[in-house]
Design a protein around this ligand. Structure first.
Ligand code: UTP
Length: 289
């Protein structure tokens, strides 16, 4: 079954990037000239997803504005004959059918996903975490959707991470399946180094069967007194088995300061307008370090 619907949770508090995220959602922080969440919507659209639900909360109205028309700006660009930028802005407003719902209390990623129940209906669906940008030739969520179609099981996007990071993320029990595919039979959120299964962690993408909603309803609050999506996915992994895809793109964590800097530098080095200048600048700067 083709995956046509996606959910982007973007209702977190973003405390790790304060004060930048005080009045501006971290999902709107720019990578060179586009907000993080636009890269994520573009990835979904490239993978053939047509309907996207963004989970927001108070103060995230500018996400809605970004994916809407800006009549004043568009009129001005049209008057000045800047057709290229006009087209760029029009494309942003017409990328997909984008819907919004508010998570009224910040009760965790699992709770945010639960808000999508009516939107999703009986279909399997993609989840793209709003602060994880993945840049690659092929859309990461498309690689996961392909694995879902092939194996008929829920899928998580995975990468090997350092010990330092695994304790902040999730850890997966995996067995190799084929190439970059793994069978996932158990998982734990924010493990200690004693309780980790492996250094494979879920990084920002999954494709889930809609039975996840029934499981989420029954899942008790977990780490941080929040409803953890990982805890519900664990039930799926243990009872039915899941598939892990070591996706091919590079993932940037826009939820922490260093991730934001890396994303801007690396994407900047490929951006046609600034790549030459940035390269020269970094080379000169490096001499002084
Ligand atoms: P994070 O785990 O990074 O949580 O969320 P956070 O609260 O935004 O960040 P910190 O720890 O305070 O810095 C991963 C994704 O899930 C969303 C976030 O917006 C982010 O895109 N999320 C998280 C929600 O939508 N609702 C929540 O209750 C929690």
């Amino acid at each position: 079954m083709k995956i046509k619907k996606a959910v982007i949770p973007a209702a977190g508090l973003g405390t790790r990037v304060l004060p930048a995220s005080k009045a501006m959602p971290k999902e709107m922080l720019p990578i060179v000239d586009k907000p993080a969440i636009q890269y994520i919507v573009e990835e979904a659209v490239r993978a053939g997803i047509t309907d996207i639900l963004i989970i927001t909360n108070r103060g995230k109205g500018i996400i809605e504005d970004h994916f809407d028309h800006s009549v004043e700006l568009e009129n001005m660009l049209s008057k000045r004959g800047n057709t290229q930028m006009l087209e760029t802005l029009n494309n942003v407003a017409n990328m997909a059918n984008i819907y919004y719902i508010r998570q009224k209390e910040t009760r965790g990623l699992g709770d945010a996903v639960l808000r999508a129940r009516e939107f999703v209906g009986s279909d399997p669906f993609a989840v793209l975490y709003g602060d994880d940008v993945i840049i690659g030739e092929v859309p990461a969520i498309g690689e996961l959707a392909e694995a879902y179609e092939k194996y008929g099981k829920s899928v998580v996007g995975i990468k090997e991470v350092s010990d330092e990071l695994i304790v902040k993320y999730s850890s997966l029990k995996t067995e190799p399946l084929k190439d970059k595919l793994f069978r996932v039979t158990d998982m734990i959120e924010k493990p200690s180094l004693d309780t980790k299964f492996s250094n494979y962690s879920i990084l920002g993408r999954c494709v889930l069967d809609n039975e996840i909603f029934d499981i989420l309803e029954k899942t008790p609050l977990g780490v941080g007194n929040e409803l953890q999506l990982t805890d519900a996915m664990r039930t799926l992994a243990v009872e039915k088995g899941m598939v892990g895809v070591d996706f091919s793109g590079t993932r940037y964590d826009m939820g922490n300061k260093f991730g934001i800097m890396k994303a801007n530098i690396e994407v900047g080095l490929t951006h046609p307008e600034i790549k030459e200048d940035l390269r020269e600048y970094i080379k000169e700067l490096a001499k002084t370090l």
